[in-house]
Design a protein around this ligand. Structure first.
Ligand code: ADP
Length: 291
């Protein structure tokens, strides 16, 4: 990474001289190198990866910006994405993050963000979920969107990775039955964070919620809620205040397994192992529930 070039690009972007006098590596990320850089009375959060990952950072920039523009929940303001030498970078506002804060506000503010809606499902560009491509072609039909771009896309990857014939057949049966989960419920396309596990939500110094590292698209808000439950980490007051702001449909309890099965399939595609059998168990459970 040519840091002098990055200093120059930041200076030009903000219209103020920026020279780094302290650069600290931050841990906790899954995919990229992260730094807290300070100098000239300014500070930024910088993510780095190989130059070939520029598209991923451009998508993250667009996602942060989309959430930021809703003025609902605090999101690090994105500043700049680009490449320098063999590295791609993403620069954003640095926010010192804490593990605890106003969980009720997080629920209410997430509901407010979900109130930002589009005419169709999808997004203006593809992005990534973990390191896997996430296709966001616009669609008028949520069931078709999920079938093709979420479940179907991951099944094909899992098949190529060797998940096995039985798993593919069960997932394909689930894909054919998707309509059964939406007989009396049709979501509107809400702006979603898209990757809302506990590692991507925290609080600023005053206890206000902050969400980051998104995989945004317009979809069923239940998908964001489901993911908060997948690896836990969100408190009862978060759910209570979300439900108070915008009550969830009674069928959420079944559909959340459908939405989380996507992430488990993705985990199989990223990490292999027992995520494959977990995805099959989830599909079997769903098939038994939709009959
Ligand atoms: P990755 O894309 O590699 O998963 P993250 O975006 O999750 O990286 O960031 C890694 C860690 O850095 C997070 O777990 C969080 O603690 C911290 N972090 C993320 N964004 C910011 C920010 N804007 N300011 C300060 N710390 C941040």
């Amino acid at each position: 990474m040519d840091w002098a070039e990055l200093e120059q690009m930041i200076s030009t972007h903000v219209g103020k001289r920026f020279v780094i006098d302290n650069k600290k590596t931050l841990g906790g990320g899954c995919i990229n190198q992260a730094f807290h850089v300070t100098g000239c009375g300014q500070e930024y959060f910088v993510k780095l990866n190989a130059a070939s990952m520029l598209d991923m950072f451009e998508a993250e920039y667009a996602g942060l910006d989309a959430m930021y523009q809703t003025h609902s929940i605090r999101v690090p303001r994105p500043l700049l994405s680009g490449s320098s030498g063999s590295s791609a970078f993403l620069v954003m506002e640095y926010i010192p993050l804490h593990g605890s804060g106003d969980a009720a506000a997080m629920g209410a503010q997430l509901a407010q963000m979900h109130g930002d809606q589009a005419q169709r499902f999808g997004w203006h560009r593809d992005n990534t979920i973990g390191a896997t491509a996430q296709i966001n072609d616009w669609s008028d039909n949520w069931v078709e969107f999920w079938c093709q771009h979420r479940l179907g896309y991951q099944i094909r990857l899992a098949e190529a990775r060797g998940i096995g014939r039985h798993a593919v057949q069960v997932c394909e049966r689930l894909a054919e039955s998707l309509g059964d989960f939406f007989t009396d419920y049709m979501p509107r396309p809400s702006l979603l964070h898209g990757d809302l596990w506990g590692g991507n939500a925290a609080y600023d110094a005053s206890g206000e919620p902050v969400i980051f590292d998104p995989a945004c698209y317009f979809g069923d808000r239940e998908a964001d809620l489901a993911m908060t439950e997948l690896f836990s980490g969100f408190s009862g007051s978060f759910y209570a205040s979300y439900n108070e702001a915008w009550p969830l449909d009674a069928g959420y309890g079944v559909r959340k397994t459908l939405y989380n099965q996507y992430h488990i399939l993705n985990h199989y595609n990223l990490f292999g192992g027992s995520y494959g059998s977990q995805a099959v168990r989830m599909a079997e459970q769903l098939l038994s529930e939709c009959r």
